[in-house]
Ligand binder design. Structure first.
Ligand SMILES: *Cc1c(COP(=O)(O)O)cnc(C)c1O
Length: 257
């Protein structure tokens, strides 16, 4: 892609890797991407909105090996870390660079003196909005009272559960798993014998609408190269394996002719 862009007269400035892609939660191999970015003098950004939290789990940390080499990382505490929305961060390897990426001028707020450029200074200088919520307070409160262990356990438990759910789906003859989950996102579809393969996409759409409007389960859907799949993100600490069995049964019942 870089060679193609260069030939077309475009100048690439960055490589963006996914640490937990939005649709399937698949992780790019960050180490080789970091090598590539370094070799070509490109900024290395990791979209870890969902998956950077894996770094807190000793069991699943290998998933984000290489993230420590990123120039910048986006990370959402309202995803893997149980925080109420919204707590989102852009982490820079070198804090000073954050002023190069975004900066704004407002002579009634910022005075261009040395104080403006210090890393701890008004974040208004480096963001698009002006008034902001004090987002990090929620994370700070949890860290200072509970330490990192509560986060570590939440990540490990949800990733473990996704693997068990994938096992349940693989064992069920009337369900298909889209791919082995890298994190706590599981994509799958219901393929009962009475529906021919050409009807599977429409079936997933109908099943999702039905379950969500009934209010018993909340699922989303996504379109993958092989068709429409149901998608679930296992994040609530009180979700148990029995709930997942119940989900499969609810889908079976809703699919019956
Ligand atoms: C959730 C997600 C986003 C969007 O993040 P929000 O801060 O919740 O809007 C971006 N990228 C990825 C990979 C995500 O999973």
């Amino acid at each position: 892609a870089l060679a193609g862009a260069t030939r077309a007269g475009r100048r690439a400035i960055a490589v963006v890797a996914s640490a937990g892609s939005t649709a399937t939660g698949a992780f790019d191999p960050l180490e080789p991407v970091a090598d590539f970015a370094q070799a070509h003098g490109l900024w290395f950004h990791v979209d870890g909105a969902h998956g950077a939290a894996a770094s807190l789990s000793p069991k699943y940390r290998a998933q984000v090996k290489g993230i420590e080499r990123a120039d910048s990382v986006v990370w959402d505490a309202h995803k893997g870390l149980l925080m109420p929305a919204l707590v989102t961060a852009v982490l820079f390897r070198d804090g000073a660079r954050s002023f190069d990426a975004f900066s704004q001028e407002a002579h009634y707020l910022f005075h261009g003196d040395g104080d403006d450029a210090r890393p701890y200074s008004d974040v208004g200088l480096r963001t698009l909005e002006c008034t902001k919520e004090m987002m990090p307070l929620k994370v700070y409160a949890c860290l200072s009272v509970l330490g990192t262990r509560v986060f570590e356990e939440a990540v490990t438990a949800s990733y473990d559960q996704a693997r068990r759910f994938a096992g349940m789906l693989t064992a069920a003859p009337d369900f298909q798993l889209a791919l082995e989950p890298d994190c706590n996102i599981v994509c799958f579809r219901h393929t009962p014998a009475h529906v021919p393969p050409e009807g599977w996409d429409a079936l997933q759409v109908r099943l999702r609408e039905e379950l969500v409007s009934r209010g018993s389960f909340y699922l989303v859907q996504t379109r993958l190269p092989r068709g429409v799949y149901l998608r679930t993100t296992l994040i609530h600490p009180l979700t148990g394996d029995a709930d997942l069995e119940a989900l499969l049964d609810a889908l079976r019942r809703a699919a019956r002719p």
